[in-house]
Write a new protein. Structure first.
Length: 273
DNA sequence: CCTCTATGGCGAA
DNA sequence: TCGCCCTAGAGGC
């Protein structure tokens, strides 16, 4: 589930398993062979994430940039790897003694060495990441408050907020009673700050558990059918809202399916919320 | 077996 | 806005 929490979690496990240790890198299916060859045998210094981007710092000023895209997975385990099965695009294996670990990258959009210039340009382009303690939410607010674009699109724009994807977008808007089509400039500052604070809580929980779970305890089995829901509206179109019972709706927004409850998230009609 | 869908984003038109 | 990249799981036949 590659939204920001997945990348943060991945950076943490790579850091724990590989930091300070030399690795053998290979590209069993060739796609990222060039990156693998350039890094083979070097020492990992650190791993970090920003938004949906992963960075692995190697010695001699080399920086690996990975973006998982929609389908990518980076499986990390603290044991010796089995022979690669299927499309492993990058394999990283500890090359020193003791405590073996490996990582297998599949399906990623990007796996490349970044120049300092590329790195700087990317950092400059990305908005604040709710998972970072040094994030500046007011940078996002300055973009949102002056934009006529729908908040459901702005939240997906990585230059506004980094790390939010389609699930967190749908869920955070539900939790704050905001219709996805409400223009950014129709939000109040206090509304945005509450939304941001909630994003921090939800995404931190996502880092801890490895899954996106946004439903408050009192709503988890609200329908009384014994099914524990973990989202209020995401992919629940056609089903009853866990709060009011209205039928959850979906429509495409910013090239992705957007989900909302028509009663809890009333349509914007030119008034403040 | 097949087809569809997905938590993302880029570049061409 | 569309096509494309790439993988895996779900569901239909």
């Amino acid at each position: 589930m590659p939204e920001g929490h997945t990348l943060r979690r991945l950076a943490d496990s790579l850091q724990t398993a590989f930091a300070g240790r030399p690795v053998r890198t290979s590209s069993p299916q060739g796609r990222f062979a060039e990156s693998a060859a350039l890094l083979d045998g070097s020492r990992v210094l650190a791993a970090d994430s920003l938004g949906k981007h992963l960075f692995v710092d190697f010695e001699d000023d080399r920086l690996l940039h990975v973006h998982l895209g929609l389908y990518g997975k980076f499986h990390v385990a603290r044991r010796l790897p089995d022979p690669p099965v299927g499309q492993v695009r990058l394999r990283m294996v500890t090359a020193d003694d003791g405590d073996p670990a490996y990582g297998d990258l599949r399906g990623a959009t990007a796996c490349e060495l970044f120049t300092p210039e590329q790195h700087r340009a990317l950092l400059e382009r990305l908005g604040p990441d709710p998972l970072r303690v040094d994030a500046e939410p007011l940078r996002a607010w300055e973009r949102i408050r002056r934009s006529r674009a729908p908040i459901g699109g702005l939240l997906m724009d990585q230059s506004v907020v980094a790390g939010v994807g389609n699930v967190y977008r749908a869920e955070i808007l539900f939790r704050h009673g905001l219709h996805p089509l409400r223009p950014g400039l129709a939000l109040r500052r206090a509304q945005f700050l509450a939304l941001w604070a909630d994003l921090v809580v939800l995404m931190q929980a996502g880092v801890r558990t490895g899954r996106i779970d946004t439903v408050r305890p009192e709503h988890v089995d609200r329908l009384g059918d014994g099914v524990r829901r973990h989202s209020y509206v995401y992919k629940r179109d056609g089903e009853p809202c866990l709060v009011c019972g209205s039928i959850v709706r979906t429509e495409e927004l910013a090239a992705r399916n957007s989900f909302w409850c028509p009663r809890c998230q009333p349509a914007y009609r030119g008034r403040a919320a």
